[in-house]
Design a protein around this ligand. Structure first.
Ligand code: DC
Length: 239
């Protein structure tokens, strides 16, 4: 049986999640945002292991791999299918909004670099996709390593890119209000730094799978990029 998974990877603010959500809606598939799991674990660590543990760049003893994974299992941190969307929960509470805070964003790369955490997240993702295999037509999964590590057999892998400036512009526009040039520059630098951290880490670095379709979206609208992925999906996963 063909694994009905579309893997969408790419750097921060490349429009992965918006694209994945819209593609899933157009195809009638479910959407799974793997970054949400890393963020939910980070939120759980911040709330239960102390904010100060990692000051100075690296996590303190309280943030050991064992304690973080133990916490994720115990609370638990998990994905729950609500309608056509997998939503992150911590101890039974929906945390979709809380995980987008600056407090979580600042620490999530550090947590996502821990091999045991990555293993835990990957098991959750595969379980979620397989458990619901009969109930949903397919799953669109977005992240950094979906096509390379989590679902290497996915019949369609897409790697989205866009310049740091364009990604910064989109991110600030999303927040609303006027965008001033110095803020734009700061945001572009912060995104470039996160790209660097995510693509040079030892485990599952951010990169396109050899058989991924690379889509540079710098000059594409969201509608255009969604249309291209949907066309690829209809071509490769007919029916
Ligand atoms: O896409 P995002 O900003 O919500 O992702 C949050 C963090 O999680 C980001 O620093 C990279 C990491 N991540 C990852 O390492 N692998 C994934 N599959 C998804 C996210």
């Amino acid at each position: 049986m063909t694994l009905r998974v579309i893997a969408i990877d790419g750097p921060a603010a490349s429009g992965k999640s918006s694209t994945a959500r819209a593609v899933a809606r157009r195809l009638g598939w479910a959407h799974l945002d793997s970054g949400a799991l890393y963020r939910a674990i980070t939120l759980a660590a911040l709330d239960n292991l102390g904010e100060k543990a990692g000051e100075g760049g690296t996590a303190g003893e309280g943030w050991s791999a064992q304690r973080i994974v133990g916490l994720a299992d115990g609370l638990p941190v998990r994905l729950v299918l609500v309608g056509d969307v997998f939503r992150p929960e911590v101890a039974g509470v929906d945390v979709e909004e809380a995980i987008r805070s600056e407090r979580v964003t600042r620490r999530v790369s550090e947590v996502a670099a821990i091999p045991e955490v990555r293993h835990w997240v990957n098991v959750q993702q595969r379980d979620a996709a397989l458990r619901h295999h009969a109930g949903v037509a397919g799953v669109v999964v977005d992240g950094r390593d979906i096509g390379t590590v989590v679902f290497p057999d996915a019949p369609l892998k897409v790697f989205l890119t866009a310049s740091p400036e364009e990604r910064a512009r989109r991110r600030l526009a999303q927040r609303g209000g006027r965008v001033d040039p110095s803020e734009l520059q700061r945001e572009a630098a912060a995104l470039a730094a996160r790209d660097q951290a995510d693509s040079t880490r030892a485990v599952a670095p951010l990169r396109a799978a050899a058989d991924a379709v690379v889509l540079d979206t710098t000059r594409l609208s969201l509608d255009d990029q969604v249309a291209r992925v949907v066309a690829l999906a209809r071509d490769r996963l007919p029916g």
